[in-house]
Design a protein around this ligand. Structure first.
Ligand SMILES: CC(C)(COP(=O)(O)OP(=O)(O)OC[C@H]1O[C@@H](n2cnc3c(N)ncnc32)[C@H](O)[C@@H]1OP(=O)(O)O)[C@@H](O)C(=O)NCCC(=O)NCCS
Length: 182
């Protein structure tokens, strides 16, 4: 797939995306429940956007090149530098174009961006064992299963066990200057 021209591109999520984002999330309620909760109102969207202000968390839309339509949203969350150089991924498809491979392609671009531009060394995806679509997606992208984290994230009103999946940067890899030399 990496040899082909991707059908999608990444664009950073901005305040200007509010209306489109909120209506696509609203249209995706059935797909996202109970796995993912994203803002659907202007107020919640604006509050949510604040977490991307300092670069520790980053948000992107996966857009279909041909139409410009947003097919999904991806976050690179909790970026930690130092000796870790890692982050956690969050992602969701939007219902009108789900199941067409756009998330697989978009996340392939996100991995490349994370490893080459952000120079991260490790990405995690934390996935509930019953979330088969997300487990299949992580596996397709080359993530490895590392183990079960009990009571890992507060989702849909309770602390849920999550499977921890990860992928590390392919070599050759250029480290971020914040990585200690020894
Ligand atoms: C997990 C989730 C993001 C997957 O999204 P998706 O739209 O199914 O992702 P993709 O389309 O890339 O998935 C690939 C599927 O499309 C199929 N597909 C269809 N056309 C394709 C194409 N041209 N190229 C590649 N795959 C294609 C694949 O075969 C696969 O189908 P399968 O599961 O029947 O084998 C989505 O289910 C979702 O938003 N879930 C709720 C939120 C969530 O759980 N987030 C993750 C929390 S950990």
């Amino acid at each position: 797939m990496s040899e082909m021209i991707p059908r999608v591109e990444l664009s950073p999520l901005t305040l200007a995306d509010e209306d489109e984002f909120c209506s696509l999330v609203e249209a995706s309620a059935e797909l996202h429940t109970p796995w993912m909760q994203l803002p659907t109102t202007a107020e919640d969207f604006q509050v949510w956007m604040r977490r991307f202000a300092d670069g520790t968390n980053r948000a992107y839309l996966i857009r279909v090149r041909e139409t410009g339509a947003a097919a999904g949203a991806v976050n690179i969350n909790s970026i930690i530098r130092g000796r870790y150089q890692g982050a956690s991924l969050g992602y969701a498809a939007f219902a009108p174009s789900a199941g067409r491979g756009y998330l697989t392609e978009g996340l392939t671009l996100v991995l490349r961006h994370a490893f080459e531009d952000l120079r991260l060394h490790r990405l995690e995806a934390n996935i509930q064992p019953a979330n088969k679509a997300s487990l299949a997606l992580a596996q397709r992208l080359g993530f490895r299963y590392e183990g079960m984290s009990p009571d890992y994230l507060f989702i849909d009103g309770a602390w849920r066990d999550h499977e921890r999946w990860s992928i590390t940067a392919p070599s050759p890899w250029t480290p971020d200057p914040s990585l200690p030399e020894v």
